[in-house]
Design a protein around this ligand. Structure first.
Ligand SMILES: CC(C)(COP(=O)(O)OP(=O)(O)OC[C@H]1O[C@@H](n2cnc3c(N)ncnc32)[C@H](O)[C@@H]1OP(=O)(O)O)[C@@H](O)C(=O)NCCC(=O)NCCS
Length: 176
């Protein structure tokens, strides 16, 4: 029997300690411990999409961030998605895709034009409308050094009508 998963949009200020614990556990189980760092400890998401079972177990997670950046020197407030994870026994049922769709709906509502993410596996995000970016990106790297590079796995989804400019992106901070 398929388990019913309730997808919920939770503003960060409404994330209870129990849900936060559930998110941490899901993420720790989903990512390789050697590379894992909880970005939400460093930068605060605006909201999260959580997949919850009837018993309120967290089985899916997407964190949505907003950042004031410049694209080709022009200021723009973009969104970034991070820590996309679905419990291993519930994968390949379209839960991540639905969670990302829900995040996009909210971001459009918040008048965000572009959503960026940094993927381990770009294939996962193509059906959500993402394509690989070729922009040069300036970012604050994990070793606290500012770097300018074309980031393999960086992807963007245009949420509105304006196409993504293929210009220099100053991310003005870390990759989430
Ligand atoms: C990545 C992850 C979140 C996908 O969750 P999911 O709910 O299984 O994804 P969906 O069922 O919505 O799949 C969406 C699309 O992504 C692609 N996809 C998903 N898992 C894939 C895999 N393991 N290999 C290749 N493509 C995959 C498929 O195109 C899929 O669409 P389809 O099933 O119609 O072909 C989940 O596998 C996970 O938590 N992995 C561990 C953590 C992780 O790697 N997160 C992503 C970091 S970039």
């Amino acid at each position: 029997m398929a388990i019913m998963i309730d997808l919920r949009l939770i503003p960060e200020i409404k994330l209870t300690p129990t849900l936060r614990e559930g998110v941490k556990t899901l993420i720790e189980h989903s990512f390789d411990n050697a590379t894992f760092r909880d970005v939400s400890d460093i930068e605060t998401p605006v909201f999260r999409i959580l997949g919850l079972t009837g018993g309120q177990d967290v089985v899916a997670h997407v964190a949505a961030y907003e950042r004031d950046v410049t694209i080709g020197g022009e200021p723009n407030r973009i969104a970034m998605l991070g820590d996309v994870a679905v419990a291993s026994d519930l994968r390949r049922q379209g839960i991540a895709r639905r969670a990302i769709d829900l995040a996009h709906r909210e971001l459009k509502h918040r008048a965000i034009e572009f959503c960026v993410l940094f993927a381990y596996d770009p294939a996962i995000y193509r059906k959500n409308g993402y394509r690989e970016m070729t922009n040069e990106i300036r970012l604050l790297d994990r070793d606290n050094m500012w770097r300018t590079l074309v980031y393999r796995g960086s992807m963007v989804c245009a949420l509105g009508d304006r196409p993504w400019p293929d210009d220099f992106l100053d991310l003005k901070g870390i990759v989430v």
